[in-house]
Ligand binder design. Sequence first.
Ligand SMILES: [Ca+2]
Ligand SMILES: [Ca+2]
Ligand SMILES: [Ca+2]
Length: 623
Amino acid sequence: MCSALAACSQAQSAREDAGPPSDAGEPDAGSVCEPSCAIDFHYPAQAGVSSVEVRGDFSSEPWGQGLELRLEGDAWVGELMLADKQFVEYKMVLNGADWVLDPEASSLPDGNGNLNSVVQADCGCNAASFDWRDGILYFVFLDRFEDGNPANNSPVANVPYESNYQGGDLAGVTQKIEEGYFTELGINVLWLTSPFDNANGIGIGDDGRDYSAYHGYWPEDLEAVDGHVGSKADLKALVEAAHARGIKVILDYAMNHVHIDSPLFSENPSWFWPNDNGFGGDCKCGGGCSWEGDEGRRCWFQPYLPDFNFTNADARAWSVNNAIMWIEETGVDGYRLDAVKHIEQSWLYDLRRRVRQEIEPNSGERFYMVGETFSPDSGLIGSYVDPLTQLDGQFDFPLRAELTRELLRREGSLVDLAGFLDYNSRVYREGSIMSTFIGNHDLPRAIHLAEDTPLFGDWDSGQGRGWDNRPAQPSAKSAYERLGLAFGFLMTSPGVPLIYYGDEIGMAGAGDPDNRRFMQWEGLSDNQLWLRERITALTKIRADNIALRRGQIDVLGASADTITYEMAAEGQRIVIAINRGDVTRTAEAVPTASYSDLLSGSEDSLSPPISLPPRSLVILRRQ
Ligand SMILES: [Ca+2]
Ligand SMILES: [Ca+2]
Ligand SMILES: [Ca+2]
């Protein structure tokens, strides 16, 4: 049976293509959408099994009477008519007695320690709604982007400029939306740092320095907007201004902890893990407790950040209610969920269920949930990705490490990248939509990894130069060209590509907080302008070519310095070839045909052998 939305629609169109519908309730071939449709179930035939029944919450006698499957060849099969978007929890019952999961389906905990299989009907009614594979995401660091209202600037006394509030706010972002900055750059989704009210005091960082909550990750009152960024009305106005221009908005939601000044902590101490490692000591992450596994879920990031215990049902319900409330109040289109591996997974299951039941039926749109699991382990990252029950996707940290190592820093060979891409394109569950990226607020600025002599390693936080010996804006064009290659890859490969504010102009900066310098609006160098124009051209090419947004990646060939791959969808095929080297190379394995290069914009016909100048790429469409 179909275990994910995408798989369901494929299965359905395969049936439609096969001939006249066998079932009166099935949509006619060619029809766009039906209020209900048939979903197929399968269970493999095996010795000792003489009957298989699907039982669940769908029947008039829930879990009591279900759908009897019939034996056809090597499988038990049957069909169930479901309403469009109907979500069903079920199990297979063997021989009338043995309850088992559907081996092909996603599963979901029922809250009592049991798992059920799940399926959602997709009757093809999505034509008008936004397909998140078409998203191009821009990460706005609210305090560091644009100051639209100097009246709300109130830095914390005795905190250095670098780790203090610098004045950026919601009104500033709204101005930039209305000026068309994002539209011109080809952006159709914004990720805002958390706008919720944070503690006003000083916190000591791991480096012993004084910090303010300018970053938004020290929530104090999760029902209010922080005065530094504006008001709830400002947040609603931003979302409205974005929607009016076809731009979606996703909020950073930090659900792992609150600040110790939060009344939530003083009034409900049992909702939080004790800062105690079980032996009377402290359970700071990376201190008395590990960052990983069970300890990683209950540890405190800092002694002033009490950690939610979501095994407590009241704590979990309060937090999920709060997340739902903000969606309803503001009309935001998705969440970027912080520190996913540090919370109990039950929180994700609960939020997804509530979104499915209470948000999506009203909006008619998919609410995108993208998580952050800062890890090289794609197995761990993927364990939270399941569009039916948890996250739609996560940020692809393993891909980012490969791209920085092989494309920007030019270590190893692009043959390594080819091998990684083959693996990575199969590693996450079908139907998931990962977000691909080069930079974010926890990593040193990407431009420095692209310099002739890279300043930072692939997993280097860059914090060694976060305060002292901070890097200057690179002057050589080569660094901007290499960063352009990395964005060239992101804009011609699967996922939702992310641009961290300022990376479109190659802004300088080491690790936190130097990677969060205030956005540079004036005095851009020719190289910075070149990079922004390059990215603008790339986002337009992505928007204009469905294969680039929704296709599968297929590596055609690679050498030490070059890689050639194809993206194909809906009858369109596009070939991309990249040369990371500092001398001209010939593209590997370009299929024989006449092409035009969408990036150069020239109508001139190209055919193999195709020559790639230093640090360049071509995006080839057959003529
Ligand atoms: Ca301000
Ligand atoms: Ca505050
Ligand atoms: Ca936690």
